[in-house]
Unconditional design. Sequence first.
Lengths: 593, 275
Amino acid sequence: MVNMVDASPQVAENISAAEVPEVELYHPKSYWTKYIFSQDAKVIAIQYSGTAIAIGLVALVLSWLIRLQLGFPGTFDFITPEAYYQFITMHGMIMVVYLLTALFLGGFGNYLIPLMVGARDMVFPYANMLSFWIYLLAVLVLVVSFFAPGGPTGAGWTLYPPQAIMSGTPGGQQMGIILMLVSLILFIIGFTMGGLNYVVTVLQGRTRGMTLMRMPLTVWGIFTATVMALLAFPALIVAAVMMLFDRLLSTSFFMPALVEFGEQLEYGGGSPILFQHLFWFFGHPEVYIVALPAFGIVSDLISTHARKNIFGYRMMVWAIVGIGAMSFIVWAHHMYVSGMDPYFGFFFATTTLIIAVPTAIKVYNWVLTLWRGDIHLNVPMLFAIGFIVTFVNGGLTGLFLGNVVVDVPLSDTMFVVAHFHMVMGVAPIMVIMGAIYHWYPKVTGRMTIDWMGRFHFWVTFVGSYLIFFPMHYVGLVGVPRRYPELGDATFVTDSLHTLNAFISVAALIVGFAQLVFLFNLFWSLRHGKEAGGNPWRATTLEWQTSETPPIHGNFGKELPIVYRWSYDYSVPGAPEDFIAQNDPGPTKEEAAR
Amino acid sequence: MTIALVLILVVVGSIVFHLFSPWWWTPIASNWNYIDQTLIITFWITGVVFAAVILFMAYCIFRFRHKEGRKAAYEPENSRLEWWLTVVTGIGVAAMLAPGLYVWGQFITVPDEATEIEVLGQQWQWNFRLPGADGQLGTSDNRLIDSENPIGINPGNPLGQDDVVIEADDLHLPVGKPVKMLLRSADVLHDFYVPEFRAKMDMVPGMVTYFWFTPTRTGTFEILCAELCGTGHAFMRGFVIVDTQEDYDAWLQEQSTFAQLSTPTKLSAVDDTRP
Ligand code: HEM
Ligand SMILES: [Cu+2]
Ligand SMILES: [Cu+2]
């Protein structure tokens, strides 16, 4: 076994003295450059997060409308099938892309990467600023589509052609689909500017002593996810451009010869399945683009609040990198019943189930970190536990859907909806909330109100489980997804309607509990207890800044020097139950004793 | 503390729900009970893992919760334990994958004696075509679709003349005979899905996709569309009626062939029944 505290003084001796004079850059001249067109990654992070949460609230409200229709069909006249399809499409797209991706990478990435690796800022601050403004533009275009003639697209978040650009789908022959595609293209452009920043900052901007294998898993998760996003988004952007051409210029990339309501269309020769390959070549890695930052962050939450080093750090890093790499060769598990050559099924089922192994290792290591820990059930820890439960649940149902033949009866049913909500909806959201409670004191200098946090946790965790666990069985019974009404098939029983109504009520309650969360965030800005610099007594660099909230430039005059890995909790013989990464610790002789 | 209890409740509640709730799959009506069995194996393996992980976590939380004077252990790695867990996980995964791939092999290997039946999806109805006396379907093309030729049969192809055309009406099948469903779409993606048959497959314009099954009991089964196809998606319904051989033959007698439909007198019967 390696000695993880190899850190130590000799390393420090090789390092030149800390300097870095104050630089012009760190002193914005006016209110505008300080708070609006800021190049400070921390301000950009807050801008990203605020925008993502705001548009995320729209998606939350849409989920209420969806659930109202499913739980009480026929009660709400304004939810026509057209509107229903627009709601689910916007809900899904916003949640996955504009909320989760933007919040994890643009929000947490911007705030945490420079602080955690001991950098003053991102390496390209100007591009970083542009990244946010282009993201904002993408969001605005998306919002405009709600008010465009014909409304937003109702093609489903997967936007499958041919229907996405045809008249039988809301927005298909109006502005909806065009604005959606334009917004996605903008999003990708904006993301690329930020993404290059995160990657280069991790590779080039680390402070002295911060080797890659000393980085907190949060940074590993965000870093790997960003690399993946940079490789995956190009597939989406070309698919979006090609579809725009099909729609506006009558090319036929994705459009075969077809007849719409008795009328022969001009298209011919294209392949709808080609779009699906492009979409899922992006779409599957996208799942992990959301999951890996969550994996990283939750590792740090668990370790800090259990006062114990993360178990099997090196294995955790390799699992993150391995999952990231593997996830580029599993995409067609979303296409088992798409009509592609069925022999692909053997290959993709095998790769998909192989990924389960490193994923399982991560779960074991989180749980083993709790083993013989000193578990403080603070609010972030509660959310971390909630994450493990929902992630394990959703990960296991992934083994159903990945195992090609088992997927056949389940695909395109509510089972799938339940599965992906557990694994990439609820689980990452749990981490986001835990992370917000965890880092709020650093961002604002104040603690959140504890009882509100606990209330929020209990309603969200128990409620989400009650929503999504039974939903698997709705799918098992046979209910297809994307059905605003069930009609009268044999499996549509009274008890099924009751179950649907129950799920809807739970969804409304969970939704309203989020208002408590928001209230807590605003209220604590003024009324929270003063936090001090390091309220959780954590080891990583962001907690060691001289000022809280950290100033522009992060670390005052001198950059910290790193002497140890990120997880020196409860080190035997140490005076306290944590040793900060920039703490040189005992001398060699003392350590040897 | 409470959280440890709640975790136990989550596990127990999930198992009780699984075993006793009334929501379970529809009684099967095809040969694909292999699929059901693979699904059951998967339920067992994943269920055990779920219970084990969550209960172990509940125990840890209970046993190692913070108390005055508690100090966590310092144990960065334990290679033996990690390898051991990796191997056990690998075995569990293989135990699910192996039967899965085996059954998939059967799923995509169509028996030679299977009758070919064509399904044509369009927004938002189902049409069918059965081979006539020659036992073979004629060629077809979306380009040929018009009001007189609703499923685009090639009129120049002699094999197609005796094909039986069923426009927007129920499909009948004889029980116990394997069928290969050839799936086509006139417009957008659809998916031919009958929950009782377990099998489903997308229908893609410009391609012919397929799956096969053998109906194992008589009855009326509802066809649902399982791939989003526009605003009528949820209302795109149809029926498969599985008959005894005599009933099936009687029904078949009453159907019209392509040649019959193409003669002008019959044409008026082919009203546009699209909703
Ligand atoms: C309170 C929380 C939420 C509730 C109650 C909820 C509910 C729903 C419902 C009922 C559907 C429609 C299912 C259908 O008929 O096909 C849906 C679709 C979807 N949801 Fe959520 N959801 C929630 C949060 C999330 C989150 C956090 C994500 C992020 C991954 C998400 C991603 C999606 C996606 C991708 C779809 C598919 C949209 C489509 O079919 O095109 N949801 N949600
Ligand atoms: Cu996937
Ligand atoms: Cu359809």
